[in-house]
Structure formats: structure tokens, C-alpha cells
Write a protein that binds this ligand. Structure first.
Ligand code: TNX
Length: 707
């Protein structure tokens, strides 16, 4: 049975701050600006720098600029959009003296403070000591207290962020809330803050008060490491990327027809044999697959936890199980089995055969086989023991009635629900597990995947789930399946050669990911049942982390906002969507600076961002090197130009250099190459103005030391 018919069939059928000691705003601004200006050895001949992101050019403001300091700061471009944001006056600027301060006695808060320091140190080069002390002027303080969200924020992730020129206070009920606040802080700084290497700044964030808490407690990304293997380190990279947008669940799809990715004690064949394939392997020559040891799995779970991300493990059953069947079918000598494990196979082929295509719906474990339950119980008991989160996901999707009748499927799920409960976990699965006849505990979680809205027949599983007292994670494929093409059919072919179209015949770009409401998508399924949303990264066509990133970003940012921010009228052309597009325009540079691959969606007018260099000339005053680094997603280098003002009265023109956007690879950051000879020694302050068509030009400073 092929994929499309099966899916069509399924579709049918502060507490108050106690920091009175801080100085008044303007004083800090004057200090910061003066400090930068006094390093100047020669007169500065520059146009004032401006920055693509709403960040002040602290260094370019004159030393005595109280009028500027008192200006209402521009709103920061944050995703997901905070619940409330009130602009203050002036900016807070990180300096080499900034400390990150926590009150005595809380290890988890200290850990979050260290995370913040870890995020800010590489690009700023500042020491940013984490200290247990009372906050002073210029510090960032992390406080467990009452951010004013108690009662409305039922998930404990609420926080308040107060940024003034005198300092920043993050206050939350829990360390998780503080961690969320830290992610917001990162986005209030220039996008270059996410660079792993030193950038010259300035590091200013607008004065603002943010009060924020999530709409849903479950904001997930699902990664399929079964269709194509991903290493633990690749998954950890993804974890660090998604944590920045307050994603708090990583659902790992560990097993499917083409691969089983985890060592299970007592069943070494599951990984040794089951771990070898991938979609498109064609005899395993091209992609040898792979599997994780249990130590590696634990390490990923711990890494996720350090990012306040809960891992939801999934071993799909009773369908999508060919890798299990192929591994155990002839495991006749296994003392844990009864000598004739071939009775686990209820699939289309007997004996079973490998199928490395994208087909689904041809495999099933037999409900009546003791061996089936021995194997599944071992898997569930080992997975639950290694997974501290509340959920154990049994999959349960897409088993055609030609393989298992509905009663037989229902009794399989009911029995498996008992195994999960016996291991102390909450049952989770695709919404198929809510289907006719299944007995599942109230409070179990159904993940709704049908690309069907309203009352259409595909929506029935979601309503059945509600009737059974289940909670719902909304993942309708036409809004959340991140393996679907961005553009398809008559609208184009992006990305070329990658991605599926079954749920998105003309593609699903940001518009699809953003413009829907999980709480009213299916008639009768409201926020009383919905606990969140998930973006599903199915990997039939995704062969490595770079392609995973390309399909995941920027769409996951839209889902992160749908999952976190308050309900709004989200539709093509709506104020909410236009506002989102403006804010996401600032995220391209951030993703690029962090080294993430992404699709430079044509729905976004990606902002041009640049950062200047600090260079040293030769003894003879000669300098040759990049004077600035430029982020301009999706624009080829020959469309970008720069004018370099060397700070000694001369100006030269330049292009930029770097890798073109190609296939499924975003263009690189570009650099502006410069060559110049200075007559006199000194410290020169130059500026570079970068232009690209239909983008606001950006001017940044650079410095050159001439010995
Ligand atoms: C649906 S719907 C699947 C996966 C595929 C994916 C491809 C559902 C729960 N499963 O098996 O990988 O579509 O888009």
C-alpha cells in the first residue's frame, strides 16, 4: 500500500525590585559612550552608525546626549511575541563590567545565569562573571519571585523582564521562566550576539518592560531520526537552536519501517540490523543509517533538559514497524523470546522484506503474538526508565484495516496503554489512538495530524480524543509538517528535490505555519483540551542536519509563536501576520550568525544587518582585510555593494564576497573586503555603508589600529 492512499483514507474516514542602588539612566549612557569615544586616537570622521536591528548605535551617540537617552526606545523584534511590552526610555548597554547576579542559594537559578553568560560571552568578549550578590548599577539580575503572572500563567513559565539604562532584572516563578526570559534578552541584543566569535558590538538593548507567559505548555518539535539517521551531536545542535524560540519539547521518532535507532538491551538485533537502513538506501550502499547507544540517548535527554526541553520518545506501533519485524523475525535463539518470533509479523509480506522507499502502511506487529509484547515491553520499559518526562509515545498511526481490523488495532492500543501506565507514564500517540474501540486513560495525549479542519471527516479522531478525556497536541499536517515543500505545484518547486507535498500540494510557507488557531482548528476541540502544538520534521527526504535546518527554519518560528503567544486573528494580510513578518525579518541575521541553515522565505523582506571589524594595519600603514561582515538572507553577493569611509577622509567602493545561495544552502555571511594605506599612525574609526536593492541601507563602524 502506498503512502498517499493511506493518508487519504485516514483523512476521510517582580515582586518589586529591591534594587534602589541603581544610578539614573542617563548616567550609564554617558559613561558607556564616553568610554568608547575616549579610545579614539585620531579625530573620527564618520557618519553615525545605524543598525538593522532595533539597536542604538551607543558608540556613535555623543557623550552628552541626555535628549537621546530620554527617547522612547524602539520595540525589540522578539519571536515568539511577548504577551505585553511597554517601551521605556533609553537603552541598557552591556559593558566589560556587567555582572550576572543571582540571590544566594539556588543552584538551578545559578545554572540559568551561567547559560546567559555563556550566550553573551563569545560575541561580546566580556567576562560577565556570574555572582551571588546584590545587584548594582549595570548588572543583569535573575530573581525567583512573582513576575505578576501568577494565576494567568498556569504553566510556571511566566517571567517579567525589566530593562532600564541602569540594569536588567529578570523575574520568574521558576528557573524555566528565567530561562525563557534569557532567550528574550538574547533577541533584544544585536543579531551578532549569536555569533560564536568576537564581534565589536555595541551591545545595547532598549529599555522595556515585558510581561510574558505561554499560551500552551507543550511547544514541540518532532524529529524523525528513523527515516534518516541523525547523530546525537546533530540533535543537540537542533536543541540549542530551537530553545532560543522557547520550544520546550523534543519528540524523537526513534523507529519506523526503514530504521530502528536505539540500542535495546536483550534485543541487540534491533539496532544492529534495524539500525542499518534509511529511506532511499537502495541496498544500504549510500546511507548506512546508524543508532544511538543508551548512554548517547541519556546524554541527549540531559542536554535537552539543560535547555528546559522535555524529550518525548516514540517507538511507533503497531504499524510503521518493518525495522522491528526485520530485526526480530528470525531471532529464534533469543532467550527472551519463545523460539518462533516470526509470529510477530502481521505485515503485507510474509516473509517480510526491506522496503527503503517512502511507502507506509505495509507493516504491522501482530497483537496476538507473545513475542510482540515481550519486545514492545522491553522497549517501553527501557525508554521510560531513561526518559524523565511525563510521556511515552506509542505512535499508533496509519495501520490499514487490511492488516489489522479496527477491533484488533483498538485492542492492541488498549493493551499498550496498560504497559505505558504500568511504567508510570502518560500515554501519547498520533490521534489514531483515539479511534473507535480504544481504551486509553483520560489525560492521555493525542497528537492530531490530519490536514483537515472544521467538521470535515478527517477531524473525527480529534473529537473522539476529546470525548475520551484526552489532551490534544495540534499538528495538522498542512500547517505543521516541516517536511512539506515551501513551494509546490503551480507555485514552484522549493526546495528543489527536497520535501513532500501530500499535505501541501502548492507548498506550505510561513503563511501556512502562522495563520491558524490550534484552539479552533477542529470544531469542538478547544483550548480546554489542546495543550500545545508541534512541528513535525519527517525525514524521508532529509539526509542531514543542514537539510533538516532548511526545512525547520524559519517555519518553526511561526509555530513557536502560535504555541506561545496569545490567540490573535491570524490570517494572510492580518495585522498579526504583518507584524510577525516584520519581526521575523530580523531573525535571518540571527540564524546566520549562529550558523544555522534556513530557507530565506520570499514572504519575508529579510533585513540587512552588518557588523564592523577591528583590524590592525602593517608597520607601513597598509591594511587589507574584511572591514565588515554582512547578513542578507537570500540575496546573491553581486546584488550587494558597500562604501567604505576609512576615517582619514578617503572613501572607497566595494562589493561583498561569500558563498551564493545554492540549492538547500542559505548564502553565507558576506564580508566587505577593504584595502587601504594610512599615512599616519593612530586609531582610525571608519564606517561602512552596505546597500542591497529593496533593503534599508545599513552603516556600521569599524576600527583600524595603525602602529
Ligand atoms: C505522515 S501522519 C506520517 C509519517 C510520514 C509523513 C511524511 C503520520 C502520523 N505519519 O509517517 O513520514 O507523513 O510527510
Amino acid at each position: 500500500m502506498t503512502r498517499a492512499p493511506v493518508r487519504q483514507m485516514a483523512a476521510r474516514h517582580g515582586a518589586q525590585r529591591s534594587r534602589g542602588s541603581r544610578a539614573r539612566p542617563a548616567a550609564i549612557l554617558v559613561t558607556g559612550a564616553a568610554c568608547l569615544l575616549t579610545t579614539s586616537a585620531t579625530p573620527v570622521r564618520t557618519a553615525p552608525a545605524s543598525h538593522a536591528i532595533s539597536q542604538p548605535a551607543a558608540a556613535s551617540r555623543p557623550a552628552a546626549a541626555p535628549a537621546v537617552a530620554a527617547r522612547i526606545a524602539p520595540q525589540p523584534q522578539i519571536i515568539p511575541k511577548p504577551v505585553s511590552m511597554t517601551a521605556g526610555r533609553g537603552w541598557f548597554t552591556l559593558t566589560p563590567r556587567t555582572r550576572i547576579v543571582v540571590a544566594a542559594g539556588s543552584a538551578p537559578v545559578l545554572a540559568v545565569a551561567r547559560d546567559l553568560a555563556g550566550y553573551l560571552r563569545p560575541a561580546t568578549g566580556y567576562p560577565l562573571p556570574v555572582v551571588t550578590a546584590s545587584p548594582q548599577t549595570g548588572d543583569i539580575a535573575l530573581v525567583i519571585g512573582n513576575p505578576g503572572t501568577r494565576g494567568i500563567d498556569t504553566h510556571g513559565e511566566g517571567y517579567r523582564l525589566d530593562s532600564t539604562p541602569a540594569g536588567v532584572t529578570l523575574e520568574a516563578l521558576t528557573p524555566h521562566g528565567l530561562y525563557d526570559a534569557v532567550q528574550t534578552v538574547r533577541q533584544m541584543l544585536s543579531p551578532w550576539i549569536s555569533s560564536p566569535r568576537f564581534r565589536p558590538g555595541p551591545w545595547s538593548m532598549p529599555a522595556v518592560r515585558i510581561t510574558d507567559y505561554p499560551r500552551y505548555s507543550y511547544r514541540g518539535v518532532m524529529l524523525d531520526i528513523a527515516r534518516h539517521y541523525e547523530s546525537p551531536s546533530a540533535v543537540e545542535r537542533l536543541i540549542s537552536q530551537v530553545a532560543a524560540y522557547k520550544i520546550n519539547v523534543l519528540h524523537l521518532h526513534l523507529s519506523d519501517d526503514q530504521g530502528f535507532r536505539l540500542v535495546i538491551n536483550g534485543f541487540p538485533r534491533l539496532s544492529k540490523i534495524g539500525g542499518q537502513g534509511s529511506v532511499g538506501t537502495h541496498g544500504r550502499a549510500r546511507d548506512p543509517g546508524g543508532y544511538w547507544t543508551q548512554a548517547q540517548y541519556r546524554a541527549v535527554v540531559a542536554d535537552a533538559a539543560a535547555h528546559f526541553i522535555t524529550v518525548v520518545p516514540e517507538v511507533d506501533s503497531p504499524g510503521h514497524d518493518n525495522a522491528i519485524i526485520m530485526s526480530e523475525y528470525s531471532d529464534t535463539k533469543n532467550p527472551l523470546l519463545d523460539g518462533h518470533p516470526r509470529d510477530i509479523n502481521c505485515g503485507e509480506h510474509n516473509p517480510p522484506v526491506w522496503d527503503y522507499t517512502e511507502d507506509v502502511g505495509y507493516s504491522a506487529l501482530c497483537p496476538g503474538s507473545r513475542n510482540t509484547w515481550t519486545i514492545l515491553t522491553a522497549i517501553i520499559s527501557q525508554l521510560t526508565a531513561m526518559s524523565p518526562g511525563p510521556y511515552e509515545d506509542v505512535g499508533g498511526d496509519e495501520v490499514p484495516t487490511t492488516l489489522l481490523s479496527q477491533p484488533s488495532y483498538a485492542s492492541f492500543i488498549s493493551k499498550e496503554a496498560g504497559v505505558v501506565r504500568a511504567h508510570g507514564k502518560t500515554l501519547m500517540g498520533w490521534a489514531d489512538i483515539a479511534g473507535p474501540g480504544t481504551r486509553v486513560p483520560a489525560g492521555s495525549v493525542a497528537e492530531y495530524w490530519q490536514p483537515a479542519a472544521g467538521t470535515s471527516s478527517g477531524t473525527v479522531t480529534a473529537r473522539e480524543a476529546v470525548k475520551k478525556g484526552m489532551k490534544i497536541v495540534m499538528a495538522p499536517a498542512d500547517h505543521t509538517y516541516l517536511d512539506q515543500k515551501y513551494l509546490g505545484g503551480s507555485r514552484g518547486d522549493a526546495p528543489p528535490g527536497l520535501g513532500q507535498t501530500w499535505a501541501c500540494p502548492v507548498g506550505c510557507d510561513l503563511n501556512a505555519a502562522y495563520n491558524w488557531n490550534p484552539g479552533s482548528f477542529v470544531t469542538g476541540v478547544t483550548d480546554r483540551s489542546v495543550i500545545g502544538v508541534e512541528g513535525a520534521v519527517w525525514s524521508e527526504t532529509l539526509v542531514n542536519l543542514s537539510t533538516v535546518d532548511y526545512m525547520t527554519f524559519p517555519r518553526l518560528l511561526a509555530l513557536a509563536e502560535v504555541g506561545w503567544s496569545p490567540s490573535a486573528r491570524r490570517a494572510q494580510g492580518s495585522a498579526a501576520y504583518l507584524d510577525f513578518l516584520r519581526r521575523i525579518a530580523a531573525q535571518g541575521a540571527r540564524l546566520m550568525a549562529a550558523g544555522a541553515n534556513f530557507y530565506p522565505s520570499t514572504e519575508v523582506r529579510w533585513r540587512l544587518a552588518a557588523t564592523g571589524s577591528e583590524l590592525t594595519a602593517s608597520q607601513h600603514g597598509k591594511v587589507a582585510g574584511p572591514v565588515a561582515t554582512v547578513a542578507i538572507p537570500g540575496i546573491a553577493p553581486d546584488m550587494v555593494s558597500a562604501a567604505i569611509h576609512w576615517g582619514d577622509g578617503t572613501t572607497t567602493r566595494s562589493g561583498v564576497t561569500g558563498r551564493q545561495p545554492a540549492g538547500t544552502l542559505i548564502n553565507s555571511l558576506y564580508t566587505v573586503p577593504g584595502q587601504h594605506t594610512y599615512r599616519d599612525p593612530g586609531l582610525y574609526h571608519g564606517t561602512v555603508t552596505v546597500r542591497a536593492s529593496r533593503r534599508s541601507p545599513v552603516t556600521v563602524k569599524f576600527t583600524i589600529r595603525v602602529p
